[in-house]
Design a protein around this ligand. Structure first.
Ligand code: GLY
Length: 407
């Protein structure tokens, strides 16, 4: 049964833009396009689902900096700067709050190797002009008394905040509806190409949605849509993440909170984070597994997260475990997103955001709306053109964005 929700007198049957995928990236693209005056539709059986249901929502441009990702850092910082105004506008437009918490982050080291790794990260952050402060173990515990006594030092990053991705997705869906975006609650199964141009999509329920332009924003599934020519299909792959949700204790009046900021560490080579939400949830994540489309929550995944989180904050084993879940990050060959026009006229990509989908939501929405409205990708988004993966791109480095060059 077709369950398209249309808004009378707002969205024509053939919208200017059809967005395939109603996760954070698809929704923000449709909303910002509608704000720019374009008529838009979204095809997704369950808008607001996908990785947004699982993600912890760290806005960690500085604490998640990696060697070789300098260009991505520029986009991450641009999006982080945009977050406060973006949240204000979204909350104003919808009357919903999205759990944007300006609490900062503390990255800690549990042993000498972690400490050396964090020292290197601190040096890289400083060279990149970013603000972070080295703390001794004792200073870390003074900030977060629940930390394990063995913490050897840490990095305080006061500019890395958090948002609640589930509430963000819900608000974006509302913002879309209020801006007249039509929702087709069915999966796109085939891109329609007409006269050498993307012209819409065919949905699993049999609906055909013609559109002036199409944006493929289906996360990990973006590389699997029939009808997209091989040379244009985005090279995204699913990277599984398992995540736990615990319930924070009510602290007696006057006592410090269980955790007052995001706490993260690298434990046994894998990143671990604890994100305390204002609604009393503590998100613990995440595994990183290259297992194809599998989204099983495994005993081993839960065990490892709890074991490592317990090493960091021993008191967590007293907390109620309220949810376990797993999702798929859309990984790309250079860990950076693909934004903007493809070699097939009328078809754009907004996918491959990998670990940074929540952080990159505002800048992606603005970049996509700009290119859809004017045909021009803004300067800051140009390094992320899908053309960098095109077979026609020159040289052996064609599958790497500029940030992949060693620094
Ligand atoms: N950005 C956190 C994660 O992907 O696990």
């Amino acid at each position: 049964m077709q369950t398209a929700v249309t808004h009378p007198n707002t969205t024509p049957p053939s919208p200017d833009v059809l967005v395939i995928g109603g996760g954070l990236i698809g929704l923000v693209t449709a909303w910002r396009a509608a704000v720019r005056g374009l008529s838009a539709a979204v095809a997704d059986p369950a808008p607001g689902g996908g990785a947004a249901r699982v993600a912890a929502g760290m806005l960690a441009a500085v604490s998640e900096l990696h060697y070789g990702e300098q260009t991505l850092l520029g986009l991450n910082l641009a999006s982080a700067r945009r977050y406060p105004a973006f949240v204000d506008e979204l909350e104003e437009a919808t009357g919903q709050t999205v759990g944007h918490r300006r609490c900062g982050t503390l990255a800690v080291a549990l042993d000498a190797d972690d400490r050396a790794h964090l020292r290197d990260l601190h040096a890289l952050q400083t060279r990149s002009g970013l603000e972070s402060q080295w703390l001794t173990g004792r200073e870390c515990r003074r900030l977060e008394p629940m930390l394990a006594p063995g913490v050897r030092g840490g990095l305080r990053v006061d500019g890395d905040h958090q948002v609640d991705p589930r509430r963000l997705a819900s608000a974006l869906a509302t913002a879309c509806e209020r801006s007249g975006v039509a929702f087709h609650r069915s999966r796109a199964v085939r891109l329609t190409v007409d006269g050498g141009r993307a012209a819409g999509a065919e949905l699993a329920d049999g609906t055909r949605v013609p559109a002036g332009q199409v944006v493929l924003a289906a996360g990990s599934w973006s590389g699997r849509l029939d009808g997209v020519p091989d040379e244009v299909l985005p090279p995204v792959r699913p990277v599984k993440g398992q995540v736990l949700r615990l319930r924070l204790p009510e602290m007696p009046a006057g006592s410090p909170p269980f955790l007052s900021r995001t706490v993260r560490a690298v434990v046994r080579g894998g990143p671990l984070y604890l994100v305390p939400r204002e609604n009393g949830e503590l998100v613990v994540g995440a595994t990183s597994e290259e297992l194809g489309w599998d989204t099983t929550v495994t005993a081993g995944g839960v065990y490892e997260l709890l074991r490592d989180a317990h090493e960091l904050v021993p008191g967590i084993t007293e907390l109620p475990l309220v949810e376990t879940c797993a999702g798929l990050r859309p990984g790309s060959p250079d860990n950076a997103p693909m934004l903007g026009p493809t070699a097939l006229p009328g078809l754009h990509l907004a996918t491959g955001h990998f670990r940074n989908g929540v952080l990159l939501t505002p800048v992606t929405g603005d970049a996509m709306a700009e290119v859809l409205a004017t045909g021009l990708l803004p300067e800051e988004a140009r390094p992320f053109s899908p053309a960098r993966f095109s077979p026609a791109a020159p040289g052996p480095e064609r599958t790497r964005a500029p940030q992949e060059q060693p620094v």
